[in-house]
Design a protein around this ligand. Structure first.
Ligand SMILES: [Zn+2]
Length: 69
């Protein structure tokens, strides 16, 4: 089950890092960047999903929280 989180609650530097550090499977390239990022939680994991700046496909990144564990 997905629950929505507010991506805009994150500080700007963090948002920029997340949006810039991406991997697009369709392009097979890293760091193309994403547009319209949406954050959500699923199975206690946090993801940000957006559209690839290059091909427009959906790109999903998991946010690894260093504070956990
Ligand atoms: Zn792409």
């Amino acid at each position: 089950m997905r629950s929505h989180r507010n991506f805009l609650d994150r500080p700007e530097y963090e948002r920029r890092w997340i949006v810039d550090n991406t991997w697009c499977e369709t392009c097979g390239k890293a760091d193309l960047g994403i547009g319209s990022p949406q954050e959500y939680e699923e199975d206690h994991r946090i993801f940000v999903e957006g559209t690839c700046n290059e091909c427009g496909r959906i790109v999903r990144s998991e946010i690894v929280n260093k504070d956990v564990g």
